[in-house]
Design a protein around this ligand. Structure first.
Ligand code: SF4
Length: 589
């Protein structure tokens, strides 16, 4: 971006098996100075479709973005669905590496247009400073081929740490697909890029090297996913709801985690929320059915909605307005419903959906923003439970000159410190997601030790501690969880590189055909055997090493003090995992 030029490079053979997170983290670890300022010229913004994106493997169209995070100061990968991974795979692009920033003082904004064998950096000042629903509609008007789009909204353009990287829905221009975490939207904003537009006209589907193995694998995995009660089809043979994700989305967890006493409520004060059911996946399912009944085909509410082409689990949704049946937001996922709902004491579904819609329009990560609003509540600027107040505070972000608006998108750590809050739920500067680590210890081990900072997707031990694997459940309060967290973190790093959605984990952990299907597709695509754990650990080692060179020490692998000292009701427990156990996770690095 320093001289607005581009060049193409053949994929070096040493990167042949690297895609998605493996690609972004390798490039960042090898090419970015870990001590650089994340929002100046020496940081890079890296994009990579997962290995199997664009193929017929089920639910394999995820896109990774990476860089040095302005939120954590460490390495960051975030991934999302949408159209872009598939489009890039069709035009044979393994990665995009954006370097430098335009000359100091420039007021211009740019977009990158990628087509088969073509790349243009175009001045698009009219794309900046507007809401993302308007921006994406404009881009699809400018490019009628309906390209994939990722980019940053107003928050990222102002270099705010709460800014995510948006993507568009597959069938429309809703900005609902977020690689939300770590403030990577601000890295894109620092490079004065609003959008990366990928058009696959004339492209071709990627071909596996060992087609027979790949095809056998994808069929095995598809069948296993369809049969599993979490990831399975919409209805059973009797016509009753079957697949949990397809019917209720990830927000099926709202009631489950509430029952477990681990739903962080009112800024991590309590583990149960009295209004959880009102903002749950079941409530969205009922609302969609009701609006379908009332408005028929005019209802825009949906459950069982795929976030990228070829997702068979389809956990996404469109929340309709009750009174009109028109779409309010897509999607409302568990993490957003929790961060902007229970976490703020807000139990009104349409208020939570409105907060989510505003985040999507402004280019904000819902988890970081929800935690930041909780800081405003603890700091006395808002009241817990005040949905309308939270909506008004979030709307301040539209006003570039509003100090409150700037604070709302600055991330929980910055906002909490500015307001004198002593209970800030972050590790390495990144806010916690929707599981209180005092009630479920393994996820606390992941929050503490992941190179990504407070992050549930980095090593989702909840699958073992709450949902169970092959009928067996790990005691959520057991303290020896270093092996469990390491195993999940390594497998996740592998999955994040394949393009598969992490939610295949429920099926691959329970069903041998599912796991075999996953590895057969990857190995069949590459034409060679890859060891899942070794591959994942290699990625984690590079990430861990980057953070160490950036100045992180063991002291950064700890939870904030109040989790060790303040018991959380209803179980009245603290986080008791000893530091030695935390340090065992990556003891070999
Ligand atoms: S399961 Fe959900 S999040 Fe995962 S790819 Fe499918 S729609 Fe997207």
């Amino acid at each position: 971006m320093s001289d607005l030029s581009h060049k193409w490079e053949e994929l070096p053979s040493k990167y042949e098996s690297l895609a998605g997170r493996a690609f972004t983290s390798t490039i960042v670890a090898e090419e970015v100075d870990p001590t650089c300022h994340p929002l100046r010229e020496f940081n890079k913004f890296v994009v990579s479709p997962g290995l199997l994106a664009g193929t017929f493997a089920p639910s394999s169209g995820r896109l990774s973005v990476g860089g040095k995070s302005p939120l954590t100061g460490g390495i960051k990968e975030a991934n999302a669905g949408g159209l872009t991974a598939t489009k890039l795979a069709f035009i044979n692009i393994r990665g995009i590496i954006i370097e430098g920033i335009p000359s100091a003082g420039t007021k211009d904004w740019y977009s990158i247009l990628l087509r088969k064998d073509k790349c243009e950096i175009i001045k698009t000042n009219d794309y900046a400073g507007i809401g993302l629903y308007d921006l994406l509609t404009k881009i699809w008007k400018d490019y009628p081929s309906k390209p994939g789009i990722i980019g940053c909204g107003m928050a990222g353009q102002r270099l705010s740490k709460g800014a995510g990287v948006f993507g568009n829905n597959i069938e429309n221009t809703d900005p609902g697909r977020y690689a939300g975490r770590g403030g990577l939207g601000a890295v894109l904003g620092s490079k004065r890029i609003v959008a990366i537009i990928s058009d696959d006209t004339g492209g071709t589907r990627p071909e596996p090297k060992d087609k027979e193995k790949f095809d056998n694998g994808r069929k095995k995995l598809r069948d296993a996913l369809n049969e599993h009660p979490v990831t399975g089809r919409l209805k059973d043979a009797e016509g009753n709801p079957f697949g949990g994700l397809k019917n209720f989305g990830t927000n099926i967890l709202q009631n489950i985690i509430n029952e477990a006493g681990a739903l962080p409520t009112k800024g991590f004060k309590e583990g149960r929320f009295e209004h959880a059911a009102k903002i749950s996946g079941e409530a969205v399912h009922e609302l969609v059915d009701k609006t379908l009944e009332n408005f028929g085909e005019k209802s825009e509410g949906i459950y069982g909605h795929p976030c990228h082409p070829g997702c068979v689990m389809a956990c996404s949704n469109v929340v309709p307005y009750e009174k009109t049946g028109k779409a309010q937001v897509s999607p409302l996922e568990y993490e957003s419903a929790w961060a902007l709902g229970s976490n703020l004491g807000i139990g009104v579904l349409h208020d939570v959906a409105e907060l989510n819609r505003l985040c999507n329009d402004l280019g904000l990560d819902t988890i970081e923003t929800g935690n930041t609003l909780a800081m405003l509540m603890q700091g006395g600027l808002l009241k817990f439970g005040d949905g309308k107040g939270a909506i008004e505070a979030l709307k301040q972000v539209y006003d570039e000159n509003s100090a409150l608006g700037r604070l709302v998108c600055s991330g929980a750590l910055t906002a909490g410190q500015a307001l004198g809050v002593t209970r800030i739920p972050v590790v390495k500067g990144q806010s916690f997601p929707a599981y209180d680590p005092r009630a479920i210890s393994g996820i606390g081990v992941t929050y503490a030790t992941s190179p990504m900072g407070g992050d549930h997707t980095a090593g989702y031990t909840i699958a073992a501690e709450i949902l169970g694997i092959k009928g067996e459940r790990e005691d959520p309060r057991k303290l020896e969880k270093s092996d469990l967290s390491r195993a999940f973190q390594a497998t996740t790093a592998y999955i994040d590189s394949t393009g598969y959605c992490l939610f295949i984990a429920f099926c691959i952990l329970d069903m041998d055909e599912g796991f075999g299907g996953m590895t057969d597709t990857v190995n069949g695509f590459l034409g060679k055997e890859i060891d899942v754990t070794e591959y994942g650990m290699n990625i984690l080692k590079k990430e861990y090493d980057f953070n160490r060179r950036a100045g992180f020490t063991k002291k950064d692998d700890r939870l904030p003090e109040f989790f060790y000292k303040e018991p959380i009701p209803p179980h009245n427990v603290t986080f008791d995992v000893p530091n030695e156990e935390l340090d065992k996770v990556f003891k070999d690095f």
